[in-house]
Design a protein around this ligand. Structure first.
Ligand SMILES: [Zn+2]
Ligand SMILES: [Zn+2]
Length: 212
């Protein structure tokens, strides 16, 4: 019942509309069926598993692979809804993935992360630090420098990214060392939901690039 209430109250327009017009949307009964499918098809379950879908099996696998991360993500969503914080953040540019495979709950976390990255004060401080060190505004993954390609138009343009997603880093104050400079392409790739992995650090992304 608790989970049904939570899922019906997610601060996403589609959820609100569905919850309002469809009483069966994430109802106690449907949530109970789903959680039974997930629990009884988990490896190591002693009883008889219910008939679940292929997608459910993939979800179980992903949950088991990243159990700690899933738990902290769930907690962050729950806390964010309880405090009203997640409801206040407008939809963010880059929040939608083109394949739209991201679960709605995951979208809330992405919205939160992207909105925090857009803090102008933090961005200013990070860029001032880079400038003071005499470093160029270049992507920390692929070294792309907007001003070298686009001239004056690209001058001072770079995206600022939280190295760890907020639900992993926790609600501490952001330190400048938590922020990385990224070009627009590498930034998207760090946030892209791919094969059940919802984010990767710039270091992890760099490790996937072919040697220059
Ligand atoms: Zn890059
Ligand atoms: Zn980012």
């Amino acid at each position: 019942m608790e989970l049904s209430n939570l899922l019906r109250s997610l601060p996403l327009p589609q959820c609100a509309a569905m919850a309002q017009t469809m009483p069966q949307y994430r109802s106690v009964g449907s949530v109970s069926r789903k959680t039974t499918d997930l629990a009884s098809n988990r490896p190591g379950y002693a009883g008889t598993p219910t008939n679940c879908s292929k997608l459910d099996k993939k979800i179980i696998e992903a949950f088991c692979r990243q159990e700690a991360e899933m738990l902290s993500a769930a907690q962050a969503i729950e806390d964010g809804i309880a405090s009203g914080q997640l409801a206040l953040i407008p939809e963010q540019y880059g929040e939608w993935d083109e394949d739209e495979a991201v679960a709605q709950e995951g979208r809330l976390l992405k919205r939160w992360a992207l909105s925090r990255e857009r803090s102008p004060a933090l961005r200013r401080r990070k860029l001032a630090q880079i400038r003071k060190q005499g470093l160029p505004f270049a992507c920390s993954v692929c070294a792309f420098d907007f001003s070298r390609t686009y001239g004056p138009l690209g001058e001072d343009y770079i995206e600022v990214h939280h190295v760890l997603p907020l639900h992993i880093a926790g609600p501490r104050d952001t330190r400048l060392s938590d922020l990385a400079l990224l070009c627009a392409n590498c930034h998207r790739m760090c946030h892209r939901n791919h094969e059940g992995v919802s984010w990767r650090t710039p270091d992890e992304l760099r490790a996937t690039l072919p040697p220059a």
